[in-house]
Design a binder for this molecule. Sequence first.
Ligand code: NAP
Length: 331
Amino acid sequence: MSEQNRQWVLAKRPVGMVEEGDFELVTTPVPTPAEGQILVRNRVLAFEPAMRGWIDDKPNYMPPVPIGGVMRGMSAGEVIASNLSGVEVGDVVTGMGGWQEYVLGDAGMRKVPTGVDPKLALSVLGMTGITAYFGLLEIGQPVEGNTVVISGAAGATGSVVGQIAKLKGCRVVGIAGGAEKCGWLTDEAHFDAAIDYKSEDVGERLDALCPAGIDVFFDNVGGPILDEGLARIARGARVVICGSISGYNAEQQQPGPRNYYNIVQKRARMQGFVVLDFLGRAAEAIAELAPWVADGSIAWKSDVQHGFENAPKTLLRLYSGANFGKQLLEI
Ligand SMILES: NC(=O)c1ccc[n+]([C@@H]2O[C@H](COP(=O)([O-])OP(=O)(O)OC[C@H]3O[C@@H](n4cnc5c(N)ncnc54)[C@H](OP(=O)(O)O)[C@@H]3O)[C@@H](O)[C@H]2O)c1
């Protein structure tokens, strides 16, 4: 094939806030699939805050993207050549396709069922939904009637966590940035209340909204917001550490949570998790999530940017809160 493959590669390791200049656009020949491989034309790229950690040269749960390597990331695309039995030209697949127009795939890529929007397969019915589902139900273990508080609540993961908690009979409070996101949480996602951390005092509002304490605190943010949550946990609470986006771009390591001793006093548990450990059980999550999405019990949003050349710019949106919904880019 004579066509060229545009790729975004890592040019240098960021210091502090990731910048567009940390990546470089290169062109290579489109590869040819060997036996057992498929060639996929990427259509949609998905962006995760954790990408900032993948481009650091520090220990992580995934090896660092090497300098000169194609930026890692989930994508959805169309199969344009197949040497893999069971996958046909025209099938739509998702997987770690990376920031490139064409990618070689294998049996590790997931077929998107006919009729399912690839954007959904990259969000609620993909890695994001699986994170929310197992993070809340397995690690948070909510019980009907519990008060569940979520930081980063209007984001891709947080919004699904809150809606699952509502469907399981919990009272749900979300913490998010800005009136528009908070309005969406209560009006569309049916949260019981939302706190705008950019204009309100989070501690005061948590006191008012959770007078008996927080049973499950699902944290996507870390930093001072985690501290406010820890100060208000109920006896036997579960603090789920899903992410810590407030510190991902910090040049210096952030101080640990000041209120951690409350975990002792409240006989609570604080536990982190990585969605990759639950991928073997993905079908369980999808089986419960898909009907909720289909009947409108779970509202979902995607924030779709356009143009392959805008991939680095699109990643940066996550760290300023410019994204409203799952951050995607249509090539
Ligand atoms: N453990 C796992 O396996 C796993 C898997 C996937 C994701 N995660 C984590 O889940 C979290 C959410 O990821 P996502 O993909 O769903 O992204 P997202 O929530 O859709 O987007 C990130 C959001 O974080 C908020 N944010 C950014 N900087 C912030 C700051 N300094 N303080 C407070 N909030 C800030 C912004 O919302 P506001 O406008 O509300 O500030 C932004 O929209 C991240 O921490 C991510 O690393 C973990």
